[in-house]
Design a protein around this ligand. Structure first.
Ligand SMILES: NC(=O)c1ccc[n+]([C@@H]2O[C@H](COP(=O)([O-])OP(=O)(O)OC[C@H]3O[C@@H](n4cnc5c(N)ncnc54)[C@H](OP(=O)(O)O)[C@@H]3O)[C@@H](O)[C@H]2O)c1
Length: 321
């Protein structure tokens, strides 16, 4: 089947949750899902930013149903916030897909920790998503749904092995970012292996957006307002970059295309930009020993053990409550 990212199949009746949906790729992924008829839980850490993003979708997709979007505060760096948002979503019924997108892309220069005591980049990009996906496994299974983790081409540029995932020693911002993306990708593949082994009808896919910049992205009030300087600088790199609107294509295809399968890696055609294609993932992210180590570290840090047996039962019952 040919896939047109500008014209998605009808997603009426489907329900998705997107983290970090008030800006960047998460905003455009949410907008594309709503345009195709889906309902989206738009989540983020700041209520005002979420309201502005929801208003933008209403303006830009005027035909969407009034309840096509629902906003929910979810700070992925705070495990209490993750648990409370997940509890609220679990009460709303089955979930067709989870886009684990939120992320710190410009890490602090020196190591910082969260309220839970974890290194902030690893906590935001990895631990919050690991906990959220575990907490929502049952409602995903009830809809035979899918989760998409967001990786990055940086994992091929400097494939650090996250032996010290929270960088207790040797912190640099770049290393923290790349390690977090090695971890999200490896955990995404490991999740798929474990879900299959446990007979849970949920697939886990990894996608990346290439190199997507805000200066190449349409200006949207309250969502994307780059300075003239940012536009100028981002346009200088125009041949190897794309807008965040186009960057969201790979994430959305990974989430909704029926021909995408668990354990696959999707990204733009030329790696940095273009229409979504299946791609090879970097070697370190495919290493099951690295993934098993990260899984154990994430379980220990979050206190969340994924409820595989319970989700398998929810899946076979196929109940949507
Ligand atoms: N852009 C690229 O070229 C590129 C390349 C590879 C991978 N990625 C990945 O794609 C994802 C999105 O990147 P982007 O380019 O769209 O970045 P972005 O424009 O900076 O947007 C990041 C989003 O994540 C949210 N976020 C940050 N910390 C959060 C937290 N603690 N809790 C909840 N939400 C939080 C932000 O919310 P606030 O507005 O509140 O900060 C924002 O909505 C990231 O995972 C990134 O690593 C991006």
């Amino acid at each position: 089947m040919t896939w047109d990212p500008r014209s998605l199949p009808d997603l009426s009746g489907r329900v998705y949750l997107v983290t970090g949906s008030n800006a960047g790729l998460g905003y455009f992924a949410s907008e594309q899902l709503v345009r195709a008829g889906a309902k989206v839980f738009m989540t983020g850490r700041h209520p005002n930013r979420l309201s502005a993003a929801r208003a933008a979708i209403r303006r830009r997709v005027p035909d969407a149903a009034p309840d096509a979007t629902e906003v929910l505060v979810l700070d992925t760096s705070n495990l209490g916030s993750v648990r409370s948002a997940a509890a609220s979503v679990r009460g709303r019924g089955p979930l067709d897909g989870l886009l684990l997108n939120a992320g710190i892309v410009h890490p602090p220069k020196t190591r910082e920790t969260t309220i839970d005591g974890h290194e902030v980049v690893f906590a935001t990009n990895v631990l919050g998503h690991f906990a959220l996906a575990g907490e929502l496994l049952g409602v995903l299974a009830a809809a035979s749904g899918r989760m998409v983790w967001v990786g990055s081409m940086s994992t091929s540029l400097t494939p650090y092995d996250p032996v010290d995932p929270q960088l207790v020693t040797g912190y640099t911002g770049w290393r923290a970012y790349v390690q977090s993306k090695v971890a999200t990708t490896a955990l995404g593949f490991e999740a798929d292996r474990r879900l299959r082994a446990a007979g849970v009808p949920v697939s886990s896919v990894v996608a990346h957006p290439g190199y997507s910049t805000s200066g190449r992205t349409p200006g949207i009030v309250g969502v994307n307002a780059p300075t003239k300087m940012t536009r100028f600088a981002d346009n200088l790199q125009g041949v190897v970059t794309q807008s965040k609107e186009h960057g969201a294509w790979s994430l959305v295809r990974a989430l909704v295309d029926p021909e995408v399968h668990g354990g696959e890696f999707w990204g733009p055609r030329t790696v940095a930009r273009g229409e979504p294609r299946r791609q090879p993932a970097s070697r370190i992210t495919r290493d099951p020993e690295v993934a098993a180590r990260l899984w154990a570290a994430s379980e220990a840090a979050t206190g969340v053990a994924w409820p595989f047996a319970q989700a398998a039962r929810a899946g076979s019952a196929g109940h949507r409550d």
